[in-house]
Design a protein around this ligand. Structure first.
Ligand code: AP5
Ligand code: MG
Length: 191
């Protein structure tokens, strides 16, 4: 299996690039943000709980997120690998993911981080907010809070995989095609 973590701040292009990567490498894209939005759209108990946090740009509690992620993986065992997008976002999530994959004799092959500066992120997300309908995309203070939460709680996950020699950073600035090529170079190197 090829198990990748697509990492980076909000709006760095994880979802955009994952769509292309799943086609080229035949992987399953798992975005915890997309899973939460699906639950919120259906007003499920999980969705209502997640909304309390997402609307403020805060992280949904680990136990809720980890449980949802495991269910999604377990429901899709017959794949050639996973692209985790927006997960793990905390050290407990990273540790839970490592242990969960290990139970399946699997592991993370590579974390790839997209490096994009804060101003570009805010512009991209505000632009998307005009049409996305996402409650966390329209208000600049909520977007800035998402970036702060990323810096405070999520960015250290890079080090968790870097110490194992499994992390890589590329520039997330440029055209979508240019960034895709950069990602493919990293992935082809480990395949
Ligand atoms: P999530 O849905 O994961 O949002 P995010 O990480 O904030 O990132 P985005 O989805 O906004 O951006 P992206 O990196 O996917 O970029 P995209 O490709 O869309 O999470 C939302 C919330 O859910 C969290 O805040 C949290 O509350 C909760 N949550 C989710 N996972 C969780 C977890 N594990 N634990 C706890 N809570 C969790 O691109 C952005 C925009 O830029 C698009 O409009 C795109 O068209 C454009 N764009 C893309 N590439 C380029 C480019 N090269 N040049 C110009 N524009 C570009
Ligand atoms: Mg996304």
């Amino acid at each position: 299996m090829l198990n990748l973590i697509l990492f980076g701040p909000p709006g760095s292009g994880k979802g955009t690039q994952a769509k292309f990567l799943v086609e080229k490498y035949n992987l399953l894209h798992i975005s915890t943000g997309d899973l939460f939005r699906y639950e919120m759209g259906n007003d499920t108990p999980l969705g209502l709980k997640a909304k309390e946090y997402i609307s403020k740009g805060e992280l949904v509690p680990d136990e809720v997120t980890i449980g949802m992620l495991k269910n999604k993986v377990n429901a899709n065992p017959d794949v050639e690998g996973y692209i985790f997008d927006g997960f793990p976002r905390t050290i407990p999530q990273a540790e839970a993911l490592d242990a969960f994959l290990q139970e399946k004799d699997e592991s993370i092959n590579q974390l790839i981080a997209l490096d994009v500066d804060d101003n570009e992120i805010v512009q991209r997300i505000l632009q998307r907010g005009k049409t996305s309908g996402r409650a966390d995309d329209n208000d600049e203070s909520i977007i800035r809070n998402r970036i702060e939460v990323y810096n405070a709680e999520t960015s250290i996950v890079y080090g968790h995989y870097d110490t194992k020699g499994l992390a890589n950073k590329i520039s997330g600035i440029g055209t979508i095609e240019e960034i895709f090529e950069r990602l493919c170079l990293v992935i082809d190197d480990i395949c």
